[in-house]
Structure formats: C-alpha cells, structure tokens
Write a protein that binds this ligand. Structure first.
Ligand SMILES: Cc1cc2nc3c(=O)[nH]c(=O)nc-3n(C[C@H](O)[C@H](O)[C@H](O)COP(=O)(O)OP(=O)(O)OC[C@H]3O[C@@H](n4cnc5c(N)ncnc54)[C@H](O)[C@@H]3O)c2cc1C
Length: 474
C-alpha cells in the first residue's frame, strides 16, 4: 500500500480509518467492507500508476464512481485499494457535428445532457439516479433508465473508451466511429462491472433532442390493466420514449414523500412519454380501452416534472413505509408482466412480506421493492427468500436475474440459475484475457473463485483465492 500512497499527493490518499469507512458500501448497504486504502486520482496517468503499483504488489483494486450501485459492485476489498473517480470530472469535448461527447469517468450522467443541450442534443440513457451517478459507473453496469426503451442501454451510446488494464497499460477500445472491425472488446468492457479494468475517458453518442415531448399519466384499477395497456401500446407499433409503471404501494410512498398528486385510489399508474405528439391520441385511446380510470396530460414542463418526480423519488420514498427494503432488479419479456406481477402479489400475500413495484414496464425491467424490518427477528431472511423467488420467476419466464443493476457481489450466487458451469468458465476465460491474476474487482460477478489457467470444473478443497481472502464460495 505504501507504494500506492507515494504516487499521489496527500490530499488524494485516505488512510484515516474513520474516513475510510465512508466508502465501506455502495447503494447496497447490506454489504460493508472498509477498504485498505482510498485514492482519488486526478488524471488517467495517476490511475494507471496506481493500478501498475497494485499489479507489482499483487494488490486487488476496485473502481468506484458515485457509489450509487445497487448490487455491491463497488464494495471495497479489505486489503485492496479503492480507486475513486470523483476528481476525474472533466467534460473534455462536446462535438455536436459528430454527435459525440468525450468525458472523464467521474462526470455525472445528467451533466452530459447539460453540456449537450445548448447544441440541441442530450445523452439518452437516464438512470433514475442520473443526478448523482457517474458515467464510469454507467459504463461498468451498462445502466438503463426510463428512456432506454426507445434508445437502448448505455452500451448503445458508448463508441469508445480509454481503459487502464489490470496491469496498468492504457489502451483505447473503439473510438468515435460507430463500428470498428475486429472483436468487440468495447462491448465486452461495457457491463463488465469493473472486472476488466478502469475506464479513464469515455466517448459517448449524443442524441438529437426532440422538438416536443408529450407526457401522459394514466391510472388503472390494478397492475394487470396497466400491463395490458403497456402491451397494447407496443403491439400497436408505437415506440414511446418511456413507459414506467408504479403499483399502489409505490404510489403511496411517492405521494407521502413528494406529493406528486397522482390520482387517489389508483391500483397502478403508467407514465408514458412520447417524442412529439403524432401518436399521442392513439396512446390515450389504448390506455382507455385497457381500462384506464383517469388520464392526465402534462400541460407544461412543470407538470411533466411533477409526474416524473413521483417516479424518480420512488426508491427512496419507500423508506417512509419501511425501515429496510431490498431493491430487486430482474427483467422479463414484456408479455409476461401480468402473470409475473400477479405471482409476486401472491408471494407477498402468502408470506406477509410487502412488495412495492416501480419499474420500466416498456422493456419488462422489474424493480420489486421488498419491505422488511431488520430489527424484527426473521423478517430479513423472509424478505431475502421472496427476493430470490422473484428472480427465479424472472428466469422461469424467459428473463434474467438482472435488468440493469448488475450482478456485483449481491447476485454472484444467482449466476448458476441462468448459466451452466461451461458458460461461466467461458466468461471467465474472457476475464482472464484482461486480468490473469484476478486483481480487478475480485469477488464480483462470478459465483465461484477461479484462477486463470486452471482446469475448468469443480474445485476440491479451499480455493487459493479463498485462502487469500480475495473471494468467497457461495
Ligand atoms: C435511487 C437510485 C435509482 C437508480 N436507478 C437506476 C436506473 O434507473 N437504472 C440503472 O441502470 N441503475 C439505476 N441505479 C443504480 C446505479 O445508479 C447505477 O448502477 C449507476 O450506473 C452506478 O453509477 P455509480 O457512479 O454510482 O457507480 P458505482 O456504484 O460507484 O460503481 C458501480 C460499478 O462500476 C464500477 N466502476 C465505477 N467506475 C468505474 C470506472 N471508471 N471504470 C470501471 N469500472 C467502474 C464499480 O467498480 C462498480 O462495479 C439507481 C440507483 C439508485 C440509488
């Protein structure tokens, strides 16, 4: 660690135990580890120097952006270095003619849109955390958001990345051009959750801002009707910029937190946003035919903002209903929404564990919020059981154990529900090509620690990575 410390100024290194603890978790506060050392580099060269020193001393390292991740991806390593990108916040270039922006990884998602807006552009991927999350974190998680239904996830908006590899080399993946030849290494890097290296500069695709945006809030008796409306809108060939759903419990929480004025007594609401107004009447009609009890259309920017405020506040707002909750994240084919939501309600009813649903309905990306009180014996365990059962449901219906929050430390144990040992070994081979010693964000994504070069398959006895305290077996 002293080799790393000496590379940076004293104000860029944190060793004080109390200050180290501020970094002990990300948005998934159930997992906490105090990092061995925290560094705040200001340049790509400093990141590379730190990573090189880690490589020389076989020290694990973890990248951290804003720490809003919900799967424990930025959970530190007790004997490792946490590399925080919050001082790498330069917007290097906005190039509207090329529809590109080049930014450092610590830049906040929404700040890209602020920089592009004077040119008539914006950055389309918009996680609900966009006021605080970083582009580096978005790239690592392949983050989504309300507008990813129409425009695609982060991976569709990153054309290039400068990357510090786990041995400290600085390489360029992709570039400004849309589709470079050869293997899609950039595609592999986006969504790798910091296990293939650290990005120090990202080239983003900018999207032309629509001339007008129309936003509609429709209230339904229940999630079945709201789900049917979602399917009807998509089946009609309309591609809204966003279709978001909240159920009664999520509405109750948002109402208490921000007074968003959603229709009282609604069993579910849909927020539908369209670029332009051409298909608006059709969407309204389809919502009415699917059983909407009330429809409101935002008359101006302030009304639109209030509609979105309820949705964007919903995760945090649920804290008003329950001292603790799990933010689950899974994805299913859109047509399975009514069946899966009904089953979640049954699981909730049978177990007595309350579940609020607030999610990206248009692309089937569920976010059940499983409520519990950790101070009541057994509640946390029951909540975790329900939460795991919801993931099983997603897989049974042809979906996935994560829609957009990543695997991290939280869902590594669930990977075998979706992938065979051979699948996981193949993914691991890719990881080994970037990081043969497993120093970049160890213990994340993969369920069982493996070393590069060893024979795939079952391991007998404790794994050397376990013995070194670098990883756990689930
Ligand atoms: C209220 C709330 C709402 C949210 N809504 C959404 C949503 O709608 N959609 C969505 O997808 N997510 C959502 N999230 C989850 C989270 O905001 C995203 O995953 C986000 O991309 C994380 O960014 P971050 O800067 O906080 O990253 P961190 O939490 O700091 O890190 C996340 C991962 O990225 C890695 N990482 C960070 N920087 C780098 C880098 N420079 N190079 C390589 N790896 C790096 C870390 O090691 C870690 O694995 C939400 C979270 C909250 C708290």
């Amino acid at each position: 660690m002293s080799a790393v410390r000496d590379l940076l100024g004293p104000d860029q290194v944190i060793t004080d135990p109390a200050r180290l603890r501020t970094y002990e978790c990300d948005g998934l506060a159930r997992h906490r580890v105090t990092p061995g050392l925290v560094v705040l580099p200001r340049t790509a060269e400093q990141v590379a120097a730190v990573v090189r020193a880690c490589a020389d001393h076989a020290t694990p390292f973890v990248a951290r952006g804003s720490g809003t991740g919900l799967s424990g991806g930025a959970l530190p390593h007790a004997d490792g270095v946490l590399i925080v990108t919050s001082q790498l916040r330069r917007i290097v270039e906005v190039a509207p003619d090329d529809e590109r922006a080049v930014v450092e990884p610590g830049v906040i998602n929404l700040h890209v849109t602020h920089a592009a807006a004077p040119h008539g552009y914006y950055y389309a991927p918009d996680p609900s955390s966009q006021l605080i999350c970083s582009i580096g974190g978005n790239v690592a998680e392949n983050s989504g958001g309300a507008h990813c239904l129409k425009y695609g996830f982060t991976t569709n908006h990153v054309t290039g990345a400068q990357v510090v590899t786990p041995d400290g080399d600085v390489v360029e993946l992709g570039g400004r051009a849309p589709d470079p030849p050869g293997y899609d290494l950039l595609g592999a890097f986006v969504g790798a959750e910091g296990t293939l290296g650290i990005t120090t500069e990202v080239t983003l695709r900018l999207t032309r801002a629509p001339e007008t945006v129309s936003t509609l809030l429709a209230a339904f008796p229940d999630t079945d009707h709201a789900g049917a409306a979602t399917s009807a809108i998509i089946a009609a060939g309309v591609v809204p910029a966003a279709v978001e759903m909240m159920d009664a419990l999520a509405i109750e929480a948002a109402e208490a937190a921000v007074g968003c004025g959603y229709p009282p007594g609604a069993g579910a609401v849909l927020i539908v946003e369209l670029d332009g107004e051409v298909e608006f009447a059709q969407v309204e009609l389809l919502c009415r035919e699917a059983g909407a009890t009330e429809i409101r259309i935002a008359a101006d920017a302030a009304e639109r903002a209030l509609i979105w405020k309820g949705r964007r506040s919903a995760f945090a707002a649920v804290g008003r209903l329950s001292p603790d909750y799990i933010v689950q994240d899974g994805v299913i084919p859109r047509t399975a929404l009514p069946a899966v939501l009904r089953r979640i309600a049954e699981l909730s009813g049978d177990s007595g564990v309350r579940v609020a649903n607030v999610f990206h309905a248009g692309d089937g990306n569920l976010h059940p919020l499983v409520l519990y009180d950790a101070s009541v014996a057994g509640q946390e365990e029951r909540a975790e059981e329900i939460s795991a059962a919801i993931l099983d449901l997603c897989v049974e219906h042809g979906g996935s154990i994560t829609g957009e929050h990543g695997v991290g430390v939280d869902k590594a144990k669930h990977m075998p529900r979706m992938f065979t040992a051979d699948d996981l070994d193949t993914m691991h081979l890719l990881r080994c090509a970037f990081d043969p010693r497993g120093l970049a964000n160890p213990g994340k994504v993969f369920p069982t620690p493996r070393l590069c070069g060893e024979v795939p398959g079952k391991h007998s006895g404790p794994h050397p990575l376990q013995e070194a305290g670098l990883a756990e077996v689930f």
